[in-house]
Design a protein around this ligand. Sequence first.
Ligand SMILES: C[S@@+](CC[C@H](N)C(=O)[O-])C[C@H]1O[C@@H](n2cnc3c(N)ncnc32)[C@H](O)[C@@H]1O
Length: 234
Amino acid sequence: MSDSSRTVDDLRTFIKPLAGVDSQQRVKFYDSWAETYEQDHKTMSYRAPHEMVEFLLDNFSGRPEQVQVLDVACGSGLVAKLMVELGFKHFVGVDGSQGMLDQAAKTGLYKELKLALLGTEPLPAQTGMFDVVMIVGALRDGFVPVSVIRELCLAAKPGGYIYMSRNGLKSESGNKYKVCMEKELQLMEEEELWSHVITKEMDKYMIDVFNHREDVQNEKYISGTMYLYRKSLN
Ligand SMILES: C[S@@+](CC[C@H](N)C(=O)[O-])C[C@H]1O[C@@H](n2cnc3c(N)ncnc32)[C@H](O)[C@@H]1O
């Protein structure tokens, strides 16, 4: 069986070693996953990038062709590929996995691609440079830590927008991450670093490949949440 013909059940087994690993081991895992990442995510009905780009379409009024986009945890470039269809042209990508960055490079969409293990290394982005900062599929326990959210805001231009998605996987560490993240979002608003624009729930982030119970429908979906903040002008 070739990797690209994995089923949802195969993927459940495949990603099991990811449980409880640190972010360094996790990005190594993504290195080995990079070549079949998109095909496997299609199999898992990974909807987060599509949902995020629809969210962007509903909540962005600038001229896309002039916008500088920072795609954080860009992976293979799924988000940029969808944004290009809306007229966005200028992308810088950051990821902790060289394998994923190599896939992103093949899209030919990114002006620059930078390797950084976020949370351990600083976000390699110029302060106040980007009109739009995106992070899809990486704000969760064991991936990009909550502390990086301030760096996302720092990278945005005054008045720039920060689009973030979080998966709603129900677990003790997932719930802890949610509480910690929402506390940080609120704190940053109190510090007048940014203002909240809108939050939207999504029912279908992706098929739940993390939990499997015979008595529950096989293709049960994980929900998710998208957040939009606008950086303060001063
Ligand atoms: C589920 S993929 C999402 C990729 C892309 N945004 C998408 O929606 O297809 C998660 C990505 O986050 C990256 N990642 C996870 N933890 C990271 C960290 N601490 N620093 C940098 N990248 C990280 C992985 O290498 C992987 O490419």
